[in-house]
Design a protein around this ligand. Structure first.
Ligand code: MSP
Length: 504
């Protein structure tokens, strides 16, 4: 059996969960669900990054301990994952005692091996990024991501010999052109490595809120090292058994470009140092923008996913995420854009396809899927091609491309109704078998749409199968069932409420 391990970044708890967090979580969920439909052994990980300066500062402002603060915040992120119907197999918190222990073991191993050493260091530090910046990477002396001026910090820190992994990293990039998608991000990361790497500080002396360095308790582990290790630590304690041999290396780490360098340079070097294989792929998606800027709490321009889902449902939101913005590129989201896609595509194109099909089967065939006089070669071939195209796009995590192919099929079924005009056939007894053929084709086409759409809009997909009088078990949703001609005639088709009701 194939395994498939997919992750999201672990989110900082000091932010409010917004559409950007939901986006990556849903993307990972789409891949996880798709691979389960393939019959793979899947592990899907998400969680929260709870140590570091911003959380400690926020706690201080509220007059509570950092632990109390993060305990109070984590619920919002868990709730977001649940609300978007994420089927994560585990939710890691970096304050989990097992994770803390795993981080200490990991860096002790690197220290013992000589990959970590003590050095005095001075640098420009952005507390919001938890990262040092070189002067040249600032914009007008300010952090390019947060627009705030970094502080000059001087302290004794433990350093990781990142520079000594440069050659091996370059070699890895040379040999694995599929290490990072899309290709532009691969090139960006590779040229960064080629420019030369300096050793990095992996401890902080000025912070108390973190994981103590095991051999020097006056320092804590740099929050990024702590955070990156979640991808491996979780596997060791998520269930009672050690899942590392089963699921590592990860198939996909998903994230936006803000954290590319950490994942494309530091993470692989840490893994190499400890003797682990590297993840197979990183997929770097773009930013969802509102009014032309990346959403963030600091800027206050966030689109609240909960409001949208409360009004329109989870599936509509999931669908919008990958329809509106090409996965891998930046794109603007807005309430207007959302509503227009909801009405034209979900309500009109998919919703009406189902209601018209159900209504016609009700009216012209006593509510039962009729037996087709023959199997239609053109549909069988088209669906086979569609399946291959979707599989290819999904294997590259090209979610928008996959969804677009499926949507072309939805549209072609609507056109098929218009072109064949079953209502005319129904008025001529001599055209009965033609009519049966059309009705069968529509039911069968919709069943296949439901299977292919299931990773994206799982509630609606199951509902489509039930309306067609079919079961919607995991077996019935298997990708291999997205093949023409499986539906047995006779299923009882139900005409229900609109799948996506039109709202003002
Ligand atoms: N804690 C770190 C990640 C550690 S992973 C080992 C962190 N957290 S974060 O809360 O800032 O999350 C950043 C991630 O959230 C992005 O990489 C992306 O996955 C998601 N997004 C946050 N805002 C987003 C947009 N506006 N648009 C798209 N994705 C967004 O960085």
């Amino acid at each position: 059996m194939n395994t498939f391990y997919v992750t999201t970044p672990i989110y900082y708890v000091n932010d409010v969960p917004h559409i950007g967090h939901a986006y990556t979580t849903i993307a990972a969920d789409v891949l996880a669900r798709y691979h389960r439909q393939l019959g793979d052994d899947v592990f899907f990980l998400t969680g929260t990054d709870e140590h570091g300066n911003p959380a400690a500062q926020a706690a201080r402002k509220k007059g509570i301990t950092p632990q109390e603060y993060v305990d109070g915040m984590v619920g919002k992120f868990r709730a977001l994952a649940e609300r978007v119907n994420a089927t994560n197999d585990f939710f890691i918190r970096t304050t989990d005692p097992e994770h803390r222990q795993a981080v200490q073991n990991f860096i002790q191993q690197l220290y013992d091996k000589g990959d970590i050493y003590l050095k005095s260091y001075e640098g420009l530090y952005c507390a919001a990024c938890e990262a040092f910046y070189a002067e040249k990477d600032l914009m007008d002396g300010k952090c390019p991501d947060h627009g705030t001026a970094p502080e000059l910090i001087k302290e004794n820190n433990y350093f990781f010999r990142l520079s000594s992994y440069q050659e091996r990293l370059i070699e890895h990039y040379e040999n694995h052109p599929d290490f990072i998608y899309p290709a532009t991000r691969f090139n960006e990361a590779r040229s960064f490595v080629m420019q030369g790497l300096e050793d990095i500080s992996i401890s902080r002396a000025t912070l108390e809120w973190g994981i103590p360095i095991p051999w020097d308790k006056s320092q804590v582990v740099y929050v990024w090292v702590d955070a990156l290790l979640n991808y491996i630590s979780a596997l060791a304690y998520a269930r009672r058994e050690n899942l590392v041999p089963r699921f590592w290396p990860a198939d996909y780490h998903l994230m936006a470009k803000d954290i590319l360098k950490f994942h494309a340079v530091i993470w692989p070097a840490l893994l190499m140092a400890a003797g682990y294989e590297l993840p197979r792929h990183l997929f770097i998606h773009g930013y969802l923008l509102m009014g032309g800027q990346k959403m963030s709490k600091t800027r206050g321009n966030v689109l609240d996913p909960f409001t949208i889902m409360d009004k329109y449902g989870v599936d509509a939101f999931r669908f919008y995420c990958f329809r509106e913005v090409n996965f891998g590129q930046d794109g603007v989201v807005s309430m207007d854009g959302f509503e227009s896609r909801y009405n034209t595509e979900l309500a009109n194109e998919l919703g009406n396809l189902l209601s018209r099909t159900a209504a016609m089967i009700g009216k012209y065939a006593d509510g039962r899927v009729p037996a087709p006089p023959a199997q239609t070669r053109e549909f069988a071939e088209g669906v086979q091609k569609l399946g291959i195209g979707v599989a290819r796009a999904m294997s590259l995590a090209e979610l928008t491309a996959a969804l677009e192919k499926i949507w072309q099929f939805v549209r072609s079924l609507n056109k098929y109704i218009e072109d064949s005009a079953p209502w005319k056939m129904a008025s001529e007894e001599s055209r009965r078998s033609e009519l049966d053929q059309v009705l069968y084709n529509l039911a069968e086409g919709l069943r296949i749409c439901a299977i292919l759409l299931n990773p994206f809009i799982p509630e609606a997909a199951a509902e489509i199968l039930r309306r067609l009088g079919l079961r919607a078990s995991p077996e019935d949703m298997r990708m291999e069932k997205a093949e023409w001609g499986i539906t047995e005639p006779g299923a009882n088709v139900a005409f229900g409420d609109p799948l996506f009701p039109k709202l003002d």
